[in-house]
Design a protein around this ligand. Structure first.
Ligand SMILES: Nc1ncnc2c1ncn2[C@@H]1O[C@H](COP(=O)(O)OP(=O)(O)OP(=O)(O)O)[C@@H](O)[C@H]1O
Ligand SMILES: [Mg+2]
Length: 450
C-alpha cells in the first residue's frame, strides 16, 4: 500500500496533509517536513512476549554506573555512565567531540568493555593517527567506518558490544528511509532505531551530533527528547579550555560542568578550574565583579563583566547579556534606575560572564549590579571583593543558598573581602575576613561611592 504524504512540524509535532511555510500551531518558520504516515497493519502486528511488569518486581541492581576514570566526564554524567543509556553529545565543528569519545572509548576498552566505534566522517587510518597522537590504548576498539544503519545493526547483533559510539548521527542513513535521506525525518528515524537497539540489546550508546551556528543540535529538537542525556561540548579559545555541560540528564543534575584543556596529547581534566577562569583577569578594571557560581555542588569563581556606554540609538538602547538571562538583566537595570536614580535608559549595556560560563542563579544579582554601576560610574569598586546576594524588586538584598560552600571556595582561592546579604549575618566565620553586610541596593551604592 502506498503511504500517504504527511507533513509534520519538527518543533511541536503538528501534522497536516500539505506543506505550510509557517507551522499553523506553533508559528515556527520552515519547520514542516514530509514524513510517511505509518501503515495501519504495521501497528497491528505488534510483537508478543514483552508483558508489563510490576515496578516492585524490578531489580534496581540492573541499573549500574560505570566510572570511566576521566573525572570531569564522570562528573557531568552525574557520577559515571548509567548502563544502557543513550547519550547525545553536541558541539561545534572541531571542538573535540571525536577526541573526547575516542579517549572515553580507550578507557572503557581498558576496563575490558567491548567498544564499537562507528565513524561516518573519518577513515579508519585517520582515526588510527588520532589514537597514536593521543597515545591511548585503542588496540581493542572495533572500528567501522562509513556505512548504513542496517550495516550498523548487523554489526551490533554479531559483535554484541557493551558500548557503541556513533560519530556522527548526521552521517548515518538508512536504506529503509532512503527517500528521506538527509532529512530531519531520516535523522529521527535513525536515532529512534539506534535507541531501540540500545534498549533491547542492553548497550550504552554515545551519539555525536553537529550543532548549528545558533548553537542548537542540527536537526529537530525532538532528538533531545528521545535520548537520556544531552551534553554540549563548548570551546573557549582562551587557553584551549573546553567545557562539557549537561543540558538534560535523566540520571543526574544538569548544572554540572566539566572543564578540560585541549592539548596535543588530547583532553586533560582541569583540576582547579578557578585558577584557569580567573587567570587573565585585569583586577583593576572598572566594571567587573567576582561571584562564586554553583555548578552542581561545586562553586566556581567567575568574573562578571559589564560595559555601559552612551547609546547612539536614543530611546532604544541595546541590552545584551552573554551567559546571563536578558530579562533578569532588564529587571536589575530597572531596579537600579528606580532606586539609585541612575539613568541607564540612555546607555547601551553589555554583560558578559567570562570563560563561557552560564549563570542562572539569582544569587549573582548583587555582583551583576556592582559590575553595572561600576562601569557606569567608572569606579574601580574593590576588585578583589566577592559579591553574593539576590536583589528583590524593592531593592532589598535577599538571602542566597549554599553561602558557606561558596565562602569556603572563595577563601581557598585567597579572597578575603566579601559583600553578603545582611539577613545572613549568622554565617560570619571566625576568620580574618572583611565582610560588608548589605541591607539594600541603596546602602550598597553609598558604600561603593566612598
Ligand atoms: N596536534 C594537535 N595539537 C593540539 N590540538 C590538536 C592537535 N590536533 C588536533 N587538535 C585539536 O583537536 C581539535 C579537533 O578535534 P576533533 O576532530 O575531535 O573535533 P570534532 O569536534 O570531532 O570535529 P568535527 O566536527 O570535525 O568532527 C582541533 O580543533 C584542535 O583543537
Ligand atoms: Mg569528529
Amino acid at each position: 500500500m502506498k503511504h500517504a504524504s504527511l507533513f509534520e512540524c519538527i518543533e511541536c509535532g503538528f501534522q497536516g496533509p500539505k506543506y505550510y511555510g509557517r507551522c499553523p500551531q506553533c508559528q515556527a518558520w520552515n519547520s514542516l517536513v514530509e514524513s510517511a504516515e505509518p501503515d495501519e497493519t504495521e501497528v497491528a502486528d505488534s510483537e508478543p512476549g514483552r508483558a508489563p511488569q510490576k515496578i516492585g518486581a524490578i531489580d534496581p541492581q540492573g541499573i549500574s554506573r560505570l566510572l570511566t576514570g576521566m573525572d570531569e566526564f564522570d562528573r557531568v554524567l552525574g557520577g559515571g555512565i548509567v548502563a544502557h543509556s543513550v547519550i547525545l553529545i553536541g558541539g561545534e565543528p572541531g571542538v573535540g567531540k571525536s577526541t573526547l569519545l575516542l579517549e572515553v572509548s580507550a578507557l572503557l576498552s581498558q576496563k575490558g568493555k567491548r567498544v564499537l566505534y562507528y565513524s561516518g566522517e573519518e577513515s579508519a587510518v585517520q582515526i588510527k593517527i588520532r589514537a597514536e597522537r593521543l597515545a591511548v590504548n585503542s588496540d581493542d576498539i572495533l572500528l567501522f567506518t562509513i556505512g548504513t544503519l542496517e550495516d550498523l545493526q548487523r554489526h551490533v547483533k554479531e559483535i554484541k558490544p557493551d558500548f557503541l559510539i556513533v560519530d556522527s548521527i548526521q552521517t548515518i542513513s538508512s536504506k529503509k528511509a532512503s527517500s528521506l535521506s538527509g532529512s530531519v525525518s531520516s535523522l529521527r528515524y535513525v536515532t529512534a532505531s539506534i535507541i531501540e537497539m540500545a534498549k533491547r540489546s542492553g548497550i550504552t550508546v554515545f551519539i555525536i551530533g553537529h550543532i548549528t551556528k545558533e548553537g542548537q543540535l542540527a536537526g529537530p529538537k525532538t532528538l533531545e527528547h528521545m535520548v537520556d542525556a544531552v551534553l554540549y561540548f563548548q570551546g573557549e579559545t582562551q587557553a584551549d579550555i573546553r567545557l562539557l555541560r549537561a543540558e538534560k540528564n535523566r540520571f543526574g543534575p544538569v548544572n554540572e560542568i566539566g572543564i578540560f584543556q585541549m592539548t596535543e596529547k588530547g583532553l586533560v581534566s582541569v583540576k582547579d578550574p578557578c585558577q584557569v577562569l580567573l587567570q587573565n583577569r585585569r583586577s583593576q578594571a572598572p566594571g567587573t565583579a567576582i561571584f562564586p557560581a554553583m555548578n552542581g555542588l561545586r562553586p566556581l569563581l567567575t568574573e562578571i563583566q559589564a560595559l555601559v556606554s552612551e547609546s547612539p540609538f536614543a530611546g532604544n538602547p541595546r541590552r545584551i547579556a552573554i551567559g546571563f538571562d536578558n530579562y533578569r538583566l532588564s529587571m536589575l537595570l530597572s531596579i537600579i534606575e528606580k532606586k539609585l536614580k541612575l539613568p541607564f535608559y540612555k546607555s547601551d549595556v553589555f554583560l558578559n560572564i567570562t570563560g563561557g560560563m552560564i549563570i542562572r542563579e539569582p544569587a549573582a544579582d548583587l555582583a551583576v549590579c556592582s559590575a553595572l554601576i561600576a562601569s557606569y560610574k567608572n569606579i574601580s569598586a574593590n576588585p578583589n571583593a566577592v559579591l553574593m546576594g539576590e536583589v528583590g524588586l524593592t531593592g532589598e538584598i535577599r538571602p542566597i543558598s549554599f553561602l558557606e560552600t561558596r565562602l569556603k571556595e572563595a577563601i581557598r582561592q585567597g579572597f578575603s573581602n566579601f559583600c553578603l546579604p545582611a539577613s545572613q549575618r549568622q554565617f560570619a566565620i571566625n576568620q580574618d575576613l572583611s565582610v560588608f553586610y548589605v541591607e539594600n541596593i541603596v546602602d550598597f551604592y553609598q558604600a561603593m561611592k566612598k
